[in-house]
Design a protein around this ligand. Structure first.
Ligand code: DP6
Length: 317
């Protein structure tokens, strides 16, 4: 029996769209900050038959199928990993806070499966296993600031700066939403139908990913802000113009973003915003802005608020 713990990450250069949907091979590189919390623990046990259970979620057939398919793909691509397992999920991720649990879940799962197989897999290989379950999970294997870089036939997670390199925070402001959103997996599959998508891939490949790496290396917040917000708005522009269109941002998202822009302008605060596949606003800030952002977040009516710093990535417990 092996237990691994992992956390979500927040993408600064977003992963959107694949060159191979089944293997979740991304069309472009991406870059994220691994979060310190909330944690998901996954326990895998050698067993006669495959099973999955969760402490806080009723597992639907399609959820179980996703786990089964991930484990099958892992066995196919990593022949040294062949155990039949039962999976227990113990998640501390509160529902509805706009922190996708799949990155934490599938990175913890890959870490645990690799340890159970005990065949000397390194983090690069474990990250490739995690990607088979969820593209963004490949990045949560590693702590600190992490690039997911395409190679000819794979994508490799690389730590571009360690956890203690830059003290940044993610204040997550989640407006209430009744909308049932289309999941990322489905959205990725039609990314190429947006007329703006090709340019997005070119911009990331030729410029944005490197600008973000440089901004982090130099702890240049202004530069990080410019490139992160540009990439976030570009991803949502692509989402909104793909077929069928995906409108993840709500009126509340736009209101919060506008107010944050005013706040940073009037008070000269190092803060930036970014949104994933939902209306939740992630406010990334330096320590200097933390109190103000926290105070702002806590008075937003009907919003759930969550706070994290930079995390260490998936690990065994
Ligand atoms: C917008 O990793 O959630 O959050 O592979 O289908 O699980 P699946 O997709 P997922 O996609 C993440 C999309 C994003 C951007 C990002 O995290 O890079």
């Amino acid at each position: 029996m092996i237990t691994a713990c992992s956390t979500p990450n927040i993408a600064l250069i977003k992963y959107w769209g694949n060159r191979n949907n089944e293997l979740r091979l991304p069309a472009a590189d991406s870059l994220s900050m691994t979060l310190s919390e909330p944690c998901v623990e996954i326990t895998v046990t050698e067993s006669d038959r495959f099973s999955v259970s969760s402490n806080n979620k009723e597992m639907k057939d399609k959820d179980i199928e996703r786990f089964q398919k991930t484990v099958d793909l892992i066995k196919q691509y990593h022949p040294k990993v062949q155990n039949t397992i039962s999976i227990e999920i113990d998640s501390q991720i509160p529902p509805g806070i706009g922190l996708a649990s799949s990155a934490a879940v599938f990175s913890a799962l890959a870490k645990a499966i690799a340890a159970l197989a005990d065949c000397g897999l390194n983090d690069e290989q474990i990250s490739q296993m995690a990607r088979l379950g969820s593209g963004s999970a490949a990045r949560s294997i590693v702590g600190g600031f992490v690039a997911l870089e395409n190679t000819e036939d794979s994508a490799i997670a690389r730590q571009i700066a360690p956890q203690d390199h830059w003290e940044l925070f993610d204040i997550v402001i989640a407006p209430n939403t009744d909308h049932k959103k289309v999941g990322s997996t489905e959205g990725h599959a039609s990314a190429w139908t947006s007329p703006h998508y090709k340019k997005r891939i070119t911009d990331i490949t030729e410029r944005r990913q490197q600008e973000c790496i440089d901004a982090i290396a130099n702890k240049d917040f202004e530069k990080l802000m410019a490139v992160t917000e540009e990439d976030c708005l570009d991803m949502h522009h692509c989402m909104q113009t793909q077929d069928p269109p995906l409108h993840y941002l709500s009126d509340e998202t736009y209101r919060i973003v506008d107010e944050l822009k005013t706040l940073r302008k009037t008070q000269h605060l190092p803060l930036l915003y970014t949104m994933d596949a939902g209306p939740t606003v992630h406010v990334i800030c330096e320590a200097e802005a933390l109190e103000t952002v926290r105070a702002y977040a806590n008075v937003q009516k009907g919003c759930k608020v969550f706070e994290a710093s930079v995390g260490k990535g998936a690990h065994l417990v």
